[in-house]
Design a protein around this ligand. Sequence first.
Ligand code: OAD
Length: 305
Amino acid sequence: MVTSSSTVAIGSWRLEPSVWFVLRSVCIELEPVEAVGATMNGDRMTPDRIAAAGNALASAKTVFVVTGAGISAESGIPTFRGAGGLWEGFRAEELATPAAFEASPERVWRWYLWRREQYHACPPNVGHWALRSLSLSGRQCLIATQNVDGLHRHVGHGDDELVELHGCIEKMHCTRCGRRASLPPVASSPPGELPTCRECGGLMRPHVLWFGESYWDGVLERAAAFAQHADVCLVVGTSAQVWPPIQLALFAQQQGATLIDINPEPTELSNRADIYLRARGGEALSALLEAAGVPLSMPEPEAAG
Ligand code: OAD
């Protein structure tokens, strides 16, 4: 990170220190979800909302996207807080912690390798392809995803368009020296052996942010630097239970972006959004692209993975 008296450079993004201060202090006073649900029940994707969202997207040059587990639901990956979150009797919250890893690195690794295998059987869905189509339409896009499944990468988003806020299941890092590495291909994963660092011999751990840990340096800053210039902020498939990603979306809105929330169930963010589309990610994003005149480009179903 290069600093000067007035700006902070993060990759190709520059962030005014004052803006970072604003982001950190974005006031979160969201209505309880029950109140949101009371006003939103029955509303789905009304044509006027799709038209308004399509107009905003049509004229946008810069689009900031925040995704959560819901965008991968149509690929067959269970959401974080939905049904199907149990593994051998454990909840994710019991396994995704430093304490769980310390108590049993074998068990935590087995859980992550099991999840990784599940993800490999799940191809990206129309929602992922719609976001890829958006970035191919000439707009500057950055996706800040809470997902570790790597599905945004599978459709072709590279590091320049993607911030994996919570890490990636395809990566690991050393608990001693911090060195990052990719996991070996699924088929060649040796069973049993715990991976160690080839530089210092330390134990490797999944490169995933665990409960109680701080975000890695530069991750939120990079997303915020982009968000502050966004014309549109799309939020897709998150329960809005984890604050930093939601703060990024509210920050983008505060800085002038039109905030569009897509979720079949209203969340505490839905009422704060300029436009709430009560629908599944794939359905809403393909309708949105059509309304904005952006062609949806995705492979035929049999080759979609
Ligand atoms: P959640 O499981 O909390 O929420 C998933 C959201 O997706 C819910 O609001 C669903 O209504 C919505 N949803 C379900 N199906 C959908 C569909 N087809 N299209 C669109 N939305 C759909 O997952 P996240 O909000 O992503 O963090 O959870 C955030 C973080 O909580 C995770 O990244 C994880 C956890 O703590 C870490 O592990 C650090």
